[in-house]
Design a protein around this ligand. Structure first.
Ligand code: AMP
Length: 308
């Protein structure tokens, strides 16, 4: 079983969409990544921090899915990271209403001893110095390091972000963020510029328009499954990343061909995440449902054409 280190937030989220609104519910990048990656047979650990206001029942939801929590620090008297967002009517864009770092402001990640030789490291969206610190702790060079980030860190820690990006193999980023990071409108040109920053593979996520995987001059495109119900896109990007990382950790194959499959798994898992608020759908997902949706994906994208 491949070992996977996941670093990211374990959080409270409060979400508003055109369909409804939640109070503080379970969220965070590491949560979504972990739930998605744990649909594969992998030995995953989550490295994160919460306050003692965080319900044990939420942590149990993760450990019940075989996600090791030895690297989750619980700060006595501390408050858990809180994020709140409101989606626009198109559900593809959102405004952040609140980001309260709380315990995250003093987060020194500690990778459990037993995972310092993990094959795959998934650096979830966090301060780039925290992401770098996780890499510094690995005693064996991982086969693949994947980094996810967002505009928040481009605005507040750009130089550190560049230094961390240099050290990773794959970056997953959404289209607007790729444009912000490179100053290029064309995503093809943006991907090339990101290659030049370090990562050999660049995944650009385009929400309901799917995801692009770039490797030098090769490009692969996976659409998003057209869904009847998109209820809450929160965590879709992290769920995609978790599926991608989980599949690579399970197979141990970092070839471009296998990464294409990882993109398909990531897209499939993300298509479930958006169907309910927060983590609800990911917590009630069977392997039969995943299999059925992979078949739908295949049908959606395959065609035969006779060319003269
Ligand atoms: P996504 O929809 O995939 O971009 O991820 C949403 C998740 O990211 C939410 O569950 C939030 O708790 C978490 N999140 C939001 N802002 C930040 C931030 N600045 N740093 C780390 N995690 C964040």
């Amino acid at each position: 079983m491949g070992k996977l280190v996941i670093v990211g937030t374990i959080a409270f989220d409060a979400i508003e969409t055109p369909f409804g609104k939640t109070d503080k519910i379970l969220g965070g990048a590491a949560t979504f990544i972990g739930l998605s990656a744990s649909t594969f047979e992998v030995d995953a650990t989550a490295v994160s921090i919460v306050g003692d206001d965080f319900p044990q029942a939420y942590l149990d939801l993760l450990s019940n899915r075989n996600i090791n929590l030895d690297g989750v620090e619980i700060v006595k008297g501390g408050k858990t990271f809180f994020w709140s967002g409101r989606y626009h009517n198109d559900m593809n864009s959102r405004d952040t209403l609140v980001t309260e770092l709380n315990t995250l402001a003093n987060f020194n990640p500690v990778v459990p001893e037993n995972y310092k030789d993990a094959e795959v490291v998934m650096l979830g969206n966090l301060h780039p110095l925290v992401q770098a610190s996780v890499l510094d702790q690995m005693t064996t060079k991982p086969k693949l390091v994947i980094l996810d980030t967002m505009n928040f860190w481009m605005d507040s820690a750009l130089e550190d972000l560049h230094n961390t990006i240099k050290r990773v193999d794959v970056i997953t980023i959404n289209d607007e963020e790729a444009r912000q990071l490179t100053g290029e409108y064309s995503l093809v040109v943006a991907a090339r510029k990101i290659h030049d920053m370090g990562p050999k593979y660049v995944v650009i996520k385009k929400g309901e328009h799917g995801a692009l995987l770039f490797h030098n001059d090769e490009v692969f495109y996976a659409p998003a499954l057209p869904l009847e119900e998109v209820f809450d896109p929160t965590g879709a990007g992290d769920t995609f990343a978790g599926g991608f990382a989980g599949y690579i950790a399970k197979t141990g194959d970092t070839s471009f061909e296998n990464m294409k499959k990882a993109v398909i798994y990531g897209s499939t898992l993300a298509s479930f995440c958006v169907e309910k608020f927060g983590t609800e759908r990911m917590l009630n997902l069977s392997s039969a449902e995943i299999h059925k949706r992979l078949l739908q994906f295949k049908e959606l994208t395959q065609f035969e054409i006779e060319l003269q």
